[in-house]
Design a protein around this ligand. Structure first.
Ligand code: ADE
Ligand code: ZN
Length: 345
């Protein structure tokens, strides 16, 4: 492992950011549904949507907080009905990921958004997992993580787990997403206990809009292996110490934080604070169709705005592989590819 990255002129940094291999650990596949595909699927499935055109829909993407986004995001997902729809959505994302040199993608999906509309769990999982399998041909190792919607009940989460267990071999873990404030992680303590007993990896959104206390309970009650977002953590020095000491990966999503008004500007994003405190932060796209950028756009815009350098770039990409749920041999292979990209930069 190179402990220091050779100095790389600032003008060569954008090309390196784009070309370096990386893992995406925080992408909601329903958030990769571009307006063009929403319209195409609406027509294919005879679903009415309350927007006259792609442009009108895009104009509605002006968010003030997480909830204002989620309302539109769940409406957009209503066009997904058949396994082929889920395949087409995931395949479009995977092609974009491959173009951004994402070699490993751990993809969230929200089954309750679909089962509530009468779409079978099997339909969702079949389409998504087929796309993940086919992604090998693109050079992307893709796996699925099932997310529970935290604004719904514990009972509904247990029902969802029951529906998903026949497909246990098609997803590697579970997560927790949707409206954060008012729905603390501990609401799902028993669900996550059950998931752990099934050998699933555990992650949870915490500290996106919610307080540091939610990050603590995701760690200590749910016993998650990664925190999704976690950008509110610097408000609690003791939490920062814990995250650094245990090298807990934080899947940070800068353009998402900007579009959902978590930070007033990208210049004021705290990614550098997290890295400088020794946290295992990573860069991710969250819901790229809604937030204006896939992986490389997140790297490029954040580095341009905050003045991060090649050392940070290496650290972020390396954290993404070390924080991934890939097999150790695959992780070592990714890191060798990363080292080669920096050696030839
Ligand atoms: N679902 C999709 N994107 C999300 C986000 N940024 N936070 C919580 N839930 C989500
Ligand atoms: Zn998210």
């Amino acid at each position: 492992m190179p402990t220091t990255v050779p100095p790389i002129p600032q003008e060569r940094l954008p090309a390196l950011l784009a070309a370096m291999p990386k893992a995406e650990l925080h992408i909601h596949i329903e958030g990769s549904l571009e307006p063009e595909l929403i319209f195409q699927l609406a027509q294919r499935n005879g679903v009415a949507i309350p927007y006259a055109s792609v442009e009108e829909l895009r104009r509605a993407y002006a968010f003030t907080n997480l909830q204002s986004f989620l309302d539109i995001y769940y409406a957009g997902a209503s066009v997904l009905l058949q396994a082929q729809d889920f395949y087409d959505m995931a395949w479009a994302y995977l092609q974009r990921a491959a173009a951004d040199h994402v070699v490993r993608a751990e993809i969230f999906f929200d089954p309750q958004t679909h089962t509530a509309r009468g779409v079978a769990m099997e339909t969702v999982v079949e389409g998504l997992s087929r796309a993940c399998r086919d992604a090998k041909a693109l050079g992307v190792d893709a796996e699925l993580i099932l997310c529970f919607l935290r604004h719904l009940s514990e009972e509904e989460a247990f029902e969802t787990l029951e529906q998903a267990l026949p497909f246990r071999d098609r997803f590697i873990g579970v997560g927790l997403d949707s409206s954060e404030v008012g729905h603390p992680p501990e609401k799902f303590a028993r669900v996550f206990d059950a998931c752990r007993r099934h050998g699933l990896h555990l992650v949870a959104h915490a500290g996106e809009e919610g307080p540091p206390a939610y990050v603590w309970s995701a760690l200590d009650v749910l016993k998650v292996e990664r925190i999704d977002h976690g950008v509110q953590s610097p408000k609690d020095p003791a939490l920062m110490k814990r995250l650094a000491q245990d090298r807990i990966p934080l899947t940070v999503c800068p353009l998402s934080n900007l579009k959902l008004c978590v930070f007033p500007s990208l210049e004021l994003h705290n990614l550098r604070v997290l890295l400088d405190a020794g946290l295992a932060a990573t860069v991710n796209s969250d819901d790229p169709a809604y937030f204006g950028g896939y992986m490389n756009e997140n790297f490029l815009q954040t580095f341009a705005a905050t003045g991060l350098d090649a050392q940070h770039a290496y650290r972020l990409a390396r954290n993404s592989f070390e924080g991934s749920f890939a097999e150790p041999a695959a992780r070592r292979r990714y890191i060798e590819q990363l080292d080669a990209a920096f050696a030839s930069a």
